[in-house]
Design a protein around this ligand. Structure first.
Ligand code: SF4
Length: 870
């Protein structure tokens, strides 16, 4: 059994892994890990299904040809050297990732900032929490998360702002849910334009107008002061700027939020009266052109009340990625240096002395969006992308693809063979994946945990730090990158955190600077700070001041409410919000391999309010074209009661690999916050139109199909098969011919026509492929047909059932990914009298494993209660 850390979200759950000896593994939550205490969510529980070597990049390639490591590394090093010689160091850049381990991150940052001599390194964490970093630094003088996870459980009021915790950080949601069960008097407020699954445990949902968060928290600040909630002693002794912040707050108009007066009063009242208050926030705050002001507006309320750094209090930013915090520690943002230092002259000198180099740049580099604009404009001529997929994940994504196509030298280090970004790069370097990598990660509460390998390196894949060090050696810096392994890098990183640090910098793990390899291997999770001589104790910051501005005081920031940069118009009347769904992760390079995760949301969707849909002649299940001033996507329509009129939501996960027309980021605007550079992924004005499709289809096939040109397709994994969900504007008869031909080319065998527009290839009694195509969208076809793909042989009765349309049970989509329980099974149990979560669990088992589906089961229960009462 090996203890490691989950590679998905910023909760950073500890896992216990038991390899099966055949390339797979059993994955359970680690009961001894402080982040999750044995809990796990659907994504973590399905990790064992994502380990296959199928789709892995296993050998280096240059210009589409397999080459040796030496050739690939020489190509990268020679290319970077030549461009730096010709155009200077600012003509090259790295774009890295919160998926990298801290040791890999450290190596990348050291090479480009310390030895190539440019700060042009940015990380995809720019998309996730750059506004929090900037807001922390403005308020505290440092990028410090003051609190701990246990504060959520100890608080009497938890305010969740722009956070669908239930789906995006499920184990923290489970902890909060359990705390509320144990102490029902605890209050939870959700501030979010959408009525998300997180509202399931909320006492109050403030469904404010998108982008009006600053107006809300300015109004709260003014109310707190008016109601006498100011912590005068704390404010006088430890802060500056309150008066200006209050003047700005009073100038705000809370009417912008478009919230019922009574709800506002309740919120203000609860916040004013509740000493133990935590404000937890995430991408809904950060991903905005006013993200930094939003962060500071809510921090202001905690400074005014002195609710920070004590148990059950504080503002708390939850990061999206598993190692976004590690990236912040090593300084992998282009506007930070290393070990929580930045480009102040003292810091530049200190890092230069430590790294023994005089090449450390004196100014910040390009941030993600501007970095790829510089690539497109030819100012950056070489870019090395590591462990991320910007062609799918950055806004205005087609422009990123065009930038890479025009780039003189595009390099990608990746574990997967095909992604939108891998396909766009000249040099492809095979990197290790989660199960093979060795190092550390830091979660949202400053907790550092080991990630340990449990599978051998496949093919010629290598860990990122090794690849970086080999390029450094070829560039003439072998001595500075002569690490024997990850423990060497960790020790160096820990030493830098303590170097000339007499308490001026928050990040200090000097206690670990001298640990030996054995101690590193067996390192237990710990929360920093951990200065030399004072080993880590789980601690909070700022209860007694001690902020990191030069005068030791925090800053109130005067914030003025402002609208998102691009407002809806007659041409683009709907505000598009993008985000995540429960069972997928980022651009799905890993989660798409798991059949059980595919059941919950199998397709890219556009969620719409029923009135907006009706005005456009759209019904649930239609295909819609979403257009903006930047691009377009084609998505399945999903009517939602969670959205206000004029608002839409689309998940950001789907890539061209999985749905060519489903890349929503092609349509997302590239506006950024002027301070943090974080893109405004939650506000794009769009229009949505019905696509006049003639047919809808479902194909399940054992071997992947080369699809003919169709208007819309999405590809997912089923158990033992590939599933395709399709729709087209072409005439039905010709589409059926083309699709059946493609299906039979990849899955040869005798054809059998069935009823209900169904056809199948059945060879020697085994179903090889099956297709259902007709005029109407049949949402249940995949679930009806899938059981036959799992059968080794069909007997004559099973063949008959298949050809009559498949398993007649209406499964209605999966709700519980862990145990494969369908929505219809839960509804049947409810109809038969199971009227509580526990009763549904007892009958169906749904919700009894990781618990990620419990909000959706409760929603079905709530929907059923009025019917039962009627
Ligand atoms: Fe992984 Fe889920 Fe834990 Fe996040 S909450 S770290 S995705 S197991």
């Amino acid at each position: 059994m090996i203890r490691t850390t989950c590679p998905y979200c910023g909760v950073g759950c500890g896992l216990k892994i038991t390899p099966d000896g055949k390339g797979g593994a059993d994955v359970v939550g680690d009961p001894d890990h402080p982040a999750n205490r044995g809990r796990i969510c659907s994504k973590g529980a399905a990790l064992g299904e994502t380990l296959s070597l199928e789709d892995r990049l296993l050998h280096p390639e240059v210009d589409g040809r397999r080459v040796s490591w030496d050739t690939a590394l020489d190509t990268v090093a020679d290319g970077f050297r030549e461009i730096v010689t010709r155009h200077g160091p600012d003509a090259v850049a790295f774009y890295v990732s919160g998926q990298l381990l801290t040791e890999d991150y450290y190596a990348a940052n050291k090479l480009i900032k310390g030895f190539i001599g440019t700060a042009n390194i940015d990380t995809n964490s720019r998309l996730c929490m750059a506004s929090s970093v900037a807001g922390h630094k403005r308020a505290f003088g440092s990028d410090t998360v003051p609190g701990l996870y246990e504060d959520f459980e100890q608080a009497d009021l938890v305010v969740l702002v722009g956070s669908n915790l239930a789906w995006c950080h499920p184990v923290l949601f489970q902890r909060l849910e359990a705390a509320k069960r144990a102490r029902p008097a605890m209050r939870i407020v959700v501030v979010d334009p959408r009525r998300t699954e997180t509202c399931d445990i909320a006492d109050l949902h403030l469904g404010l107008r998108p982008g009006s968060d600053v107006a809300l928290f300015n109004a709260l600040l003014a109310e707190l002061q008016r109601r006498g909630a100011t912590a005068k002693r704390f404010v006088d002794k430890h802060t500056v700027g309150m008066d200006d912040a209050l003047i700005a707050a009073r100038a705000s108009d809370v009417a912008q939020c478009d919230l019922p007066k009574a709800d506002l009063e309740t919120f203000f009242d609860w916040f004013a009266r509740t000493e133990k208050t935590v404000t937890l926030y995430s991408q809904g705050v950060n991903q905005s052109s006013a993200g930094v002001d939003k962060v500071n507006a809510l921090i202001n309320c905690h400074l005014l009340t002195g609710r920070i750094g004590r148990p059950g209090t504080g503002p708390f930013s939850i990061t999206g990625q598993p190692n976004a915090m590690g990236g912040r520690e090593v300084g992998a943002l282009s506007n930070t240096l290393a070990a929580h230092m930045d480009f102040a002259l003292d810091d530049v000198g200190r890092v230069g002395r430590f790294w023994n180099t005089n090449r450390v740049p004196r100014k910040a580099g390009l941030k993600a969006v501007e970095l790829f604009e510089a690539v497109r404009a030819g100012r950056v001529k070489a870019v090395w992308i590591m462990a991320t997929n910007p062609v799918a994940s950055l806004p205005n994504a087609d422009a990123v693809r065009a930038a890479l196509a025009a780039c003189e030298l595009s390099v990608v280090s990746e574990a997967v063979r095909a992604s939108d970004t891998v396909d766009a790069c000249r040099v492809r370097l095979p990197a290790l994946a989660w199960a093979e990598k060795n190092g550390t990660v830091t979660n949202s509460e400053r907790g550092i945990s080991r990630q340990r390998p449990f599978l051998p390196p496949p093919g010629e894949a290598r860990q990122d730090w090794w690849i970086i060090a080999e390029v450094a050696r070829r560039l003439g810096h072998g001595e500075e990158f002569a690490w024997r392994g990850v423990a060497d890098i960790f020790r160096e990183h820990a030493s830098l955190s303590a170097f000339e640090n007499e308490g001026q910098r928050d990040f200090n793990i000097g206690a670990y600077a001298d640990i030996d390899d054995g101690a590193y291997d067996s390192l237990k999770p710990f929360v920093w700070p951990a200065a030399k001589g004072s080993p880590a104790t789980k601690t909070r910051f700022f209860a007694d001041g001690g902020f990191f501005h030069s005068d030791g005081r925090a800053r109130f920031i005067a914030t003025a409410a402002r609208e998102p940069l691009h407002a809806p118009s007659n041409e683009w009347p709907i505000r598009l919000n993008t985000g995540r769904v429960r069972d997928q992760w980022h651009t799905m390079t890993r989660t798409a391999k798991s059949p059980r995760l595919a059941g919950h949301r199998p397709e890219p969707t556009i969620e719409l309010n029923a009135i907006d849909a009706a005005q456009r002649g759209l019904q649930d299940g239609d295909i819609a074209e979403v257009t903006s001033a930047w691009g377009r996507a084609a998505l399945r329509v999903h009517l939602s009661t969670a959205l206000r009129q004029g608002e839409a939501f689309a998940p950001m996960h789907w890539t061209a690999q999985l749905s060519r027309a489903g890349r929503i980021n092609a349509a997302v605007n590239p506006a950024v916050d002027p301070i943090s550079g974080q893109p405004e992924l939650k506000h794009t004005p769009v229009e949505v139109r019905r696509v006049a499709v003639q047919w809808h289809g479902t194909i399940l096939a054992r071997r992947p199909i080369m699809l003919p040109e169709v208007t819309y397709w999405a590809r997912i994994r089923g158990a033992g098969c590939h599933a395709y969900l399709l729709a087209g504007e072409q005439p039905l008869a010709s589409a059926r011919r083309a699709l059946s031909a493609a299906m039979r080319t990849a899955n040869p065998g005798p054809w059998a026509d069935g009823e209900d527009a169904l056809g199948a290839v059945i060879s020697d009694g085994r179903l090889e492929a099956v297709m259902r195509i007709g005029k109407a969208h049949d949402e249940t076809a995949r679930d009806r047909l899938a059981p036959f793909m799992a059968m080794a042989q069909l007997d004559s009765e099973q063949r008959q059932v298949l050809l009559h349309g498949g398993d007649a049970a209406d499964r209605g989509g999966e709700i519980c990914a862990c145990l494969g329980v369908s929505c219809a099974s839960v509804q049947t149990a409810i109809a038969n009298g199971a009227m509580t979560l526990d009763a549904v669990g007892a009958v169906t088992k749904a919700g009894t494993s990781c618990g990620s589906c419990r909000p959706e089961i409760r929603a079905l229960l709530r929907a059923a209660r009025p019917r039962q009462a009627a």
